[in-house]
Design a protein around this ligand. Structure first.
Ligand code: NAD
Length: 401
């Protein structure tokens, strides 16, 4: 029996499995993930702010796979050896495969900046998002006893999509945090510290300005041109412009969202990679191994228009998963693989529950239509990952929440 092993049950891996399990043939699929659940990584900010309970953005993997065709193994992937066709797992030990799909997802990028791991919170999965929320709550409760104003300060490092979406979600919950702390909502400060002089370089200036205006209206402070150099306990140390003199800003909650890299397993396994991403062939396979696909956040798929890899998003990961299932089905039947083309459907980001911005096709979206569109996209993705059953279970039809 041919063994197909899929590493990681994020958007890319789970989509591969859900499509491949529908194919008939003499093969087994083993899906491996360190968690027993799939989570919607695009919605982690909702859990970190406490707007949503973790159950609302996650579901058990075994609920959405065909367990007659797929074996799910909860284990931690430590290393991959493509020459020996084996993987090393923390609990199970060594395991061999005939075909491998590497879709191990992302981790937060520290760029070697000191103190990040020890003094800032990350938001990369359900556990860490929950930790952010619990931390915020504990700071608000502590304020009641100490009256230390720094405890009311929420500081986000980086104003990319993740940072902006988190700031918006914090702003939605500001009133609730204030009640816990026993202060007025305006006393809870929310700040994004950003190295660049502007935000969202992928949008035109008008859209970026719109995002900045919304943030200002929502009393989110943007510190632009502030390059973070170090994180100390309760303190973000930065420099401004060409001036090398360090300054600092204090906060009880510091969240690190300055970008992501692919899983560390890629480097540990000796792949030629940059920030955990491996450049793949046009059919999504590794250039040296015809039985290995590298997809999702560990993959660098080049955009022929600018010769740069496409940014890592849930959208491209899901399309890669779909294509990989198709190509594996071809290979299992002894047929040739097909070239992957990314169908970019647009980018939409929320700034809280009813504000947002984005681009769909040539159309720019602002305000409520953008935030409603984001919910449509997230719901469509939930159907892709968990089927209609999961969408119904999550009850996400109210576009105001
Ligand atoms: P990002 O790289 O898009 O943004 C990180 C930001 O942090 C940048 O603006 C960068 O200038 C800033 N930064 C980096 N180092 C810094 C430093 N030392 N000091 C101050 N600022 C610093 O990363 P992200 O926001 O985590 O997003 C990761 C990926 O996920 C991106 O490809 C993004 O497009 C995608 N994403 C998409 C959505 C969406 O489509 N709605 C939402 C979240 C993330």
């Amino acid at each position: 029996m041919t063994e197909v092993v899929v590493l990681g049950a994020g958007y890319a891996g789970l989509k591969t499995v859900r499509d491949l399990q529908k194919q008939s043939g003499d093969f087994n699929i083993t899906l491996i993930d360190r968690n027993s659940y799939h989570y919607e990584a695009t919605e982690l900010h909702e859990v970190a702010s406490g707007s949503h309970h973790a159950d609302k953005i996650s579901f058990p993997i075994v609920d959405v796979i065909d367990t007659k065709k797929v074996t799910f193994l909860q284990d931690n992937v430590e290393k991959i050896d493509c020459d020996a066709k084996t993987i090393q797992l923390e609990k199970t030990g060594s395991m061999s495969y005939d075909y491998l799909v590497i879709s191990l997802g992302f981790c937060s990028e520290t760029f070697g900046i000191q103190g990040v791991r020890d003094n800032a919170l990350e938001m990369v999965d359900i556990n860490t998002a929950n930790q952010v929320y619990e931390h915020v709550l504990s700071m608000m409760k502590k304020y009641r006893e100490t009256k230390d104003a720094n405890l009311l300060k929420l500081l986000i490092c980086g104003a990319g999509f993740t940072g902006i979406e988190l700031a918006g979600a914090f702003a939605d919950e500001r009133k609730r945090y204030a009640e816990i702390a026993g202060v007025k909502p305006e006393e809870i400060s929310i700040t994004c510290v950003e190295a660049m002089d502007s935000i969202l370089p992928m949008f035109d200036r008008d859209m970026a300005q719109y995002a900045m205006d919304v943030m200002e209206k929502r009393h989110i402070t943007l510190m632009l041109g502030a390059k973070i150099k170090e994180i100390q306990e309760g303190k973000v140390v930065y420099t401004k412009g060409d001036d090398d003199t360090t300054k600092f800003v204090e906060a009880g909650t510091i969240v690190w969202t300055t970008g992501v890299s692919g899983s560390h397993v890629m480097e540990t396994s000796g792949f030629a990679q940059r920030r955990g991403r491996v450049v793949v062939q046009s059919d999504l396979r590794h250039p040296n191994y015809e039985n290995v696909y590298v997809i999702g956040d560990v993959s660098a798929f080049m955009n022929p228009e600018n010769d740069r890899p496409y940014p890592t998003t849930a959208q491209i990961a899901t399309q890669m998963g779909k294509h990989t299932a198709k190509n594996l089905a071809h290979q299992l039947k002894g047929e040739a693989t097909e070239v992957f083309t990314y169908n970019e459907q647009g980018t939409v980001a929320s700034i809280g529950n009813t504000h947002g911005l984005g681009k769909v096709g040539t159309k720019s979206l602002k305000g409520y239509p953008a935030s409603a569109m984001k919910k449509v996209i997230v719901d469509k993705s939930l159907v892709d990952m968990g089927g209609l059953k999961e969408l119904l279970a999550k009850g996400r039809f109210d576009f105001y929440h």
